[in-house]
Write a protein that binds this ligand. Sequence first.
Ligand code: HEM
Length: 549
Amino acid sequence: MTGVKSLADAVLQYPIAVLTWTIVVAFVARFFWRGYQQRRFYRNLPGPPHSWLWGHLKIMGEVAALLPPNMHPQQMYTEIAKKHGLEGMFYMDLWPFAEGSLVLHDPELMDQIQVTKPLPQHRLANDLLKPMVGDNVIAAANGAVWKRLHNAMLPAFSWSHIRHLTGMMVDECMIFRDILDRKAATGEVFSFEETSARLVFDVISRIVFAFPLHAQTASGQELLDIRELIKLAEGQLDIFTRLNPFNMVRVWWRKREVVGRLDPKLLSHVYERFKLLINEEMVPSRRNPYSILDLMLREHVEQSPEKGRTRNAKISKADEELLLTQIKGLLLGGHGTTTDTLTFLYMLLSKHPEVVQKIRQELIDVFGPDSLAAMEHVVEYPEKLQNLPYTEGAIKETLRLFPAGFGVRQAEAGMTISYKGGNYPIDNGLVLSSNAHGVQWNSKYFPDPEEFRPERWIGENEAPRAYFRTFGKGARACLGQNLALNEIKIILMATVRDYDFECAGLKPNAQPRLTHTRLDMIYGDVIFQELAMEPKPRGGGMMTVRKIA
Ligand code: HEM
């Protein structure tokens, strides 16, 4: 009785202290209960050794400690699989610092979630992309919003349209050659990533808007702004960075400035075109798309009651946001992934003169001995780009070794995946990670995986399509894959015959950092892909270029 009385007295005397104390106890109890549930979930599932206290945090920490900072997880997962002999798939319990994952590195298992029963994108994809470009960018959207965006954009990625873009790509490559000429004349060390990003950005902006944003010939403020948005989102998935008040204010302030400059500029392009379409009563064609913007404006033009009267032509606020997000997403995703691939490709070529020689020979065989005449020829006969198996093999090898994309999916409650006769849970909010890197660096699928061998993709040697996972597979596979392959081929055509590139400032490691690769003993830490919007090369791909006489 005395105890109850004194408790009641305490509540009456110190209500705030008792309330605070109760909340703290409830919070701590909830934290431990959640921790117990999490650890119990992973206890008997396939994975590296699991600890009640640490889950797999120590395992992840051990691998991270071997590597440079801000690593993209794909390579760490490949290392963990190798080190602990984990075949097919493994769970990673990273509570309370990150979402738990099921990492798949078996093509058949990936097919289960990408092809047989395509699962929606994980919430994490939107969490990562939203601070950079906005809510519901196509690559992170699901359900009806994704369907609407996908249907609208699809014609822009058809073969007939891609063929049609060859002339524009050649024009941009000719500007790129002028830039290379200047760099060759000075002999300067330059960032290949930075320089090629400007080329690729102008190409993608011409695909999105049908005009370039002039990143190659002017400041390219839009490109700089978009790249700054990526920088500002860096570390936002890390709980400590996100909750750091100084960082919060810094990011908010810079973002306000960048978005305040970028969004109105992009929107002005949207409205200029929209008003013209309405004024001229032109419904954009799906068969012969003029630009991705036109395809996305199509439904608004069709539905607009303002035909012929531009004064009040409007797009709803929500649709305006969605449109802007897609434009930024395409400019960002379409240039970043391609630039990363180009950077790694030219780094690999600089150390493989025998591959360069074979690409040159193939280009001569198909397009003739004069490299500049070849650039005119390809505009007339773009289908010949499909007849470059060795060149395509070199690109695919780069995409195999350095996948510049990562798919994460989410399953509904109760769903499972089947593996070796057992069914394993894929719900519980797990990030279902299809680790293309893990498949493509597995000697079971690609013997001597770290060898750069374009021959793997040719004729009877050709690796099964199912093993090439860089673009994903199924309904949510990369829409821009054929576009990216064609663009990289044209860039190779424009450069590889007349220029020699050499990596600059490489700092090879004396000992390999990891067990699955020794490439860092040639290139140094630049081979460890950084976490940005996509896994990107470190250090900007510094190079020199020499014009071949
Ligand atoms: C080398 C270059 C590229 C790589 C490695 C790459 C990789 C990827 C990957 C891995 C995905 C996600 C697949 C999944 O979730 O399963 C994706 C989605 C996507 N990519 Fe690419 N991509 C590249 C270039 C491009 C380009 C140039 C564009 C076009 C501008 C583009 C447009 C898209 C779109 C729209 C999606 C979302 C598809 C959807 O969810 O319906 N990509 N890409």
